[in-house]
Write a protein that binds this ligand. Structure first.
Ligand code: CA
Ligand code: CA
Ligand code: CA
Ligand code: ZN
Length: 423
């Protein structure tokens, strides 16, 4: 399909939804993908159900996801400062760890079903070729808007050939592209994301039409963004929660109202259902569907949930059911993000350990390890695993050839990675 046709298709759906701003295009993007590659929705559904049945019973291991933020800009205002990126990562962390100050606004109805996901985010410290990085890329583009470019809704931003930038290894990094997706100088959508879809029955390459990751309209990124977000009805409050919502999709969550009336729900037992897109604001008086939530029964529509379409100013939590599903996705479909991933390099975390001497001549000692048993992995600069073992105390490693290595230690609390130079 050529660009003009896609743009017409997108524009038609804009008219249909004129009274409801497209805060997020994920559901529409999935429907579009289904047209291109029939079976996609079924595949995502199977993935979702599998995640649901393999939810984690352990909610306390901290998972750290390496993130690369691709700033793709035409106008200087779109070239967001590093401080906006850092701010957005902070907001992801406080939202997913539920340390955000506005949780005090949560109504009592839900306090027993919301919580910390123990999922956190960190700008990548090494790039796919093993080089040090800030985890931020900047691409100057001739595209004034990516809406309809390279595949609906804005897939061109994910491709060098269309004026965007190719993803980093999508199994090892969460790729977030930030760009202009305006139509007639007005943002058409605030973001979209790809739900997990790594099923073995999926033909190789067919998901290329919806390349994995998250895309955010540039004015909706971060809470300290100097640009004003105006969807045609005056300035809108921006608190960085569009990105939280889209990362929720990326980790398998659906819209809390299930993209339909009271007969359609999100597959999560502890989230109250709602009528079709009923909440575009912070209206706490609505109760549009009758729920049967364990021990709680019926609850009002939950405008406090990140996966609603409510205003950012009232969103402050995920439910524990949502937490379990996201953790299940990380432990299955997206396991490579968190396990054996040299990209998840971290010098700070739940514990500390030593690698010495560093630089070394090929013989090192891993010391001060966190507890009785930890799992050691050593990767080369290019990510090749060269040693792995369980260690119980100080461990000597000999015979490492010259080069840059990543020494990674995991226990139940965290995975920490350190750089090692062998001369
Ligand atoms: Ca519904
Ligand atoms: Ca539900
Ligand atoms: Ca209800
Ligand atoms: Zn959404």
């Amino acid at each position: 399909m050529n660009r003009i046709l896609i743009l017409i298709a997108v524009f038609t759906s804009l008219n249909a939804a004129a009274q409801n701003v497209h805060k997020c295009y994920t559901h529409e993007a999935m429907l579009h993908q289904e047209e291109l590659t029939p079976g996609y929705l079924n595949s995502v559904e199977e993935s979702f159900q599998r995640a649901k049945t393999s939810v984690s019973t352990d909610r306390s291991t901290v998972y750290t996801i390496p993130v690369v933020v691709h700033i793709v800009y035409n106008d200087a205002s779109e070239n967001l400062d590093d401080s906006v990126v850092f701010n957005q990562i902070d907001i992801l962390n406080e939202s997913f760890r539920r340390t955000n100050a506005d949780t005090v606004n949560m109504r009592d109805d839900y306090t027993t079903i919301v919580g910390d996901s123990y999922i956190q985010f960190q700008l990548a410290q090494i790039d796919p070729s093993g080089q040090p990085t800030t985890g931020i890329t900047r691409t100057n583009t001739t595209q004034t808007s990516f809406l309809g470019v390279g595949g609906s809704p804005a897939e061109g931003v994910k491709s060098d050939a269309d004026g965007g930038i190719d993803p980093w290894d999508q199994s090892r990094y969460l790729n977030i592209w930030v760009c202009n997706m305006q139509l007639f100088s007005t943002p058409f959508l605030l973001g979209y994301a790809s739900p997990p879809n790594n099923l073995p029955n999926w033909p190789p390459g067919s998901a290329d039409n919806l390349s994995d990751g998250v895309v955010i309209e540039f004015e909706a990124f971060g809470s300290n963004n100097p640009n004003t977000l105006d969807l045609g009805g005056g300035p809108v409050d921006v608190e960085g929660k569009t990105c939280v919502h889209e990362v929720g999709h990326y980790l398998g969550l659906r819209h809390i109202w299930g993209d339909g009336d009271c007969t359609e729900e999100d597959g999560i037992d502890d989230t109250p259902n709602a009528d079709d897109q009923s909440n575009q604001d912070c209206d706490t008086t609505k109760n549009t569907c009758t729920d049967n939530i364990t021990t709680l029964g019926d609850l009002p529509d939950m405008v406090e949930n990140y996966m609603d379409y409510s205003a950012e100013t009232c969103q402050n939590s995920f439910t524990l059911g949502q937490v379990d599903l996201m953790r299940g996705v990380l432990e299955n479909e997206r396991i490579d993000l968190i396990s054996g991933n040299p990209a998840s390099i971290s010098d700070v975390g739940e514990f500390e350990f030593n690698v010495y001497p560093n630089p070394s001549n090929g013989t090192i000692v891993i010391g001060n390890i966190p507890n009785e048993s930890a799992y050691l992995r050593i990767f080369t600069e290019s990510g090749k695993l060269v040693k792995e073992m369980t260690i119980n105390s100080q461990q000597k490693i000999e015979g490492l050839p010259s080069g840059l290595y990543f020494v990674q230690l995991s226990n139940e609390a965290a995975t920490i990675t350190k750089k090692l130079v062998v001369l």
